[in-house]
Design a protein around this ligand. Structure first.
Ligand SMILES: [Zn+2]
Length: 117
């Protein structure tokens, strides 16, 4: 028997983890995939840029975290870092770059034009 929370192994007959009180399971669920490698694609103290970047990433369905942003106290903190999954890095950077160039959000979400040689 295993505790699904702390992954401690117990002898049969025990049903509850002594450490965390969780119901033991016969088999441990597979470990969650490791935290994906996060890459900072934007670091700015300009909260309107942060808000814009977040909305565009949301629109593009790129998951991200905003590091350094703490709810209502965000006005008092330093630069916010927008971090995305390593695999989304390219797309996120493309979007943010276009954003910085002042293109409209609708433009950004169109597929990129085919590259010309
Ligand atoms: Zn436990």
């Amino acid at each position: 028997m295993f505790c699904p929370k702390c992954r401690t192994e117990y002898n049969e007959g025990i049903t509850v983890c002594a450490d965390c009180g969780a119901q033991l399971v016969v088999e441990l669920p597979p470990l969650k995939p490791e935290t994906p490698e996060l890459v900072t694609v934007l670091s700015t103290g300009d909260l309107s840029s942060v808000a814009l970047a977040k909305s565009i990433l949301e629109e593009a369905e790129i998951s991200f975290i905003a590091k350094g942003e703490f709810g209502m106290e965000q006005l008092a903190v330093g630069p916010v870092e927008i971090q995305v999954n390593h695999k989304d890095q390219k797309q996120a950077r493309r979007l943010l770059m276009a954003l910085a160039e002042g293109r409209s959000v609708d433009d950004l979400l169109d597929p990129p034009p085919p590259e010309e040689e």
